[in-house]
Design a protein. Structure first.
Length: 324
C-alpha cells in the first residue's frame, strides 16, 4: 500500500510532471508509451495490427486548466483521427474529458468532445470516454449521456472499485463498455479499499455485462481473470464478437499475442505524447511489480535527473513518516 500511495502521489505532482516533459521518455516509460508523436504511434499500431490486434489510442495529458491547452489537445486528437483514417489502421480513440476542458467549463468541454466525436463518426471510428477520479465521475457520465443523443459511436469505462459501479453499469448497458478495477486512490466513502472486494466486484460486473450488455472490453493483465472469462463465455455460449480483452501497451506482450492467436478479439491501449508522466506513475501504482522496469534507469548515473532525485526524496520522506 505504501508503494501504491507513493506512485499515486507522484502522478499528481505538477512540478515533476512539468519536469518530465523536458526530459522526454525516461525512467522506463519508453517501454510502455508508444511514442511522443502521431507518426511514431501509427507505426506502433501498424505493427500490432499485423498480429491481429486492434488499438485504442490515448493522447496523454494532465493538469489542463487553460482553454488554450484544452483546444490544443482537441486539435491533436482530431489529427489522430485523421491519421487513423488516412492510414487505414484498426484503431479507435480513448480520451479524458479533463484534458478537453472539464475542469474549466462543462459546456466548453462538451463542444470540444462534440467536434471530436462528430469527426470520428464521419469515419466510422469509435470514441471511448475514459473515467478519472470520483470528482469527475458524474460530470463525465453527463457528457456521455448528452452526446449519445446525437451519436452512437461512443462508450465509456466502469471502475469496479466504486460502490456505484453496478448501478452505472446497468444504466449504460447499451453502450460499449470497458470494465476496469480502477487506477486512482479513492476515499472509503466512495470506493472499496480491499483488493479482494474490488476483485469480486470486477468479476461480477464483467459477467453481468457479458450476459446483458452490448459489447464488453475486459481490461486486465491478470491471467486468472482471463481464464475465468474464457470458461464463462464457453459455458454461456457467448460469441467472441460480443467482447474483447484489453491490455496496456508494453505489458505482457506474449499474452497479448497468444490471445489474438487463439482467436479472441484483442485491443491494446496505446498511449502517446510528451505528457507521459502521470500515466506512467499510475501504471506503477497499479502494478508495483513493474518497478523493475525503471529502478535501474531512475537511479543509475546516466539518468540521475531531477525527476529521479525528487522521486527518491519523496519516497524517503514517506518511509520516514511511516516509521514515526
Amino acid at each position: 500500500m505504501l508503494l501504491k500511495d507513493f506512485f499515486i502521489g507522484l502522478s499528481q505532482n505538477q512540478i515533476l510532471n512539468s519536469a518530465a516533459k523536458k526530459y522526454g521518455l525516461r525512467m522506463g516509460a519508453q517501454n510502455v508509451v508508444a511514442g511522443t508523436n502521431i507518426a511514431e504511434t501509427i507505426e506502433s499500431i501498424k505493427e500490432l495490427n499485423k498480429h491481429g490486434i486492434s488499438c485504442t489510442v490515448d493522447n496523454l495529458g494532465e493538469f489542463v486548466f487553460e482553454k488554450e491547452e484544452a483546444t490544443a489537445a482537441k486539435n491533436q486528437i482530431l489529427e489522430v483521427i485523421e491519421a487513423i483514417h488516412d492510414n487505414g489502421v484498426d484503431a479507435h480513440i480513448s480520451l479524458k474529458p479533463s484534458q478537453l476542458g472539464l475542469d474549466i467549463d462543462f459546456d466548453f468541454c462538451k463542444e470540444n468532445l462534440r467536434e471530436i466525436v462528430g469527426k470520428a463518426h464521419s469515419y466510422g471510428i469509435f470514441v471511448n470516454f475514459d473515467m478519472e477520479d470520483y470528482a469527475r465521475l458524474q460530470p463525465s457520465y453527463d457528457l456521455l449521456d448528452e452526446l449519445s443523443k446525437d451519436y452512437d459511436n461512443i462508450g465509456t469505462v466502469i471502475q469496479a472499485y466504486f460502490f456505484r459501479a453496478e448501478e452505472d453499469l446497468h444504466k449504460h448497458k447499451d453502450f460499449r463498455l470497458r470494465i476496469v478495477k480502477g487506477a486512482y486512490k479513492e476515499p472509503a466513502e466512495y470506493a472499496y479499499q480491499d483488493k479482494s472486494d474490488i476483485d469480486k466486484n470486477y468479476i461480477k460486473l464483467i459477467e453481468w455485462h457479458l450476459l446483458n450488455g452490448k459489447f464488453t472490453s475486459i481490461a486486465t493483465h491478470d491471467h486468472n481473470v482471463i481464464n475465468h472469462v474464457k470458461q464463462f463465455v464457453k459455458e454461456h455460449n457467448i460469441p467472441n464478437d460480443k467482447f474483447e480483452f484489453q491490455m496496456l501497451y508494453g505489458f505482457r506482450r506474449d499474452m497479448q499475442l497468444e490471445l489474438a492467436k487463439e482467436g479472441y478479439n484483442f485491443c491494446t491501449y496505446v498511449p502517446f505524447g510528451q505528457d507521459w508522466y502521470g500515466y506512467f506513475m499510475r501504471r506503477l501504482a497499479e502494478r508495483p511489480q513493474n518497478i523493475n522496469l525503471v529502478v535501474k534507469q531512475v537511479f543509475n548515473k546516466k539518468t540521475n535527473t531531477a525527476i529521479g532525485l525528487a522521486a527518491g526524496a519523496f519516497l524517503l520522506g514517506r518511509l520516514s513518516k511511516r516509521k514515526k
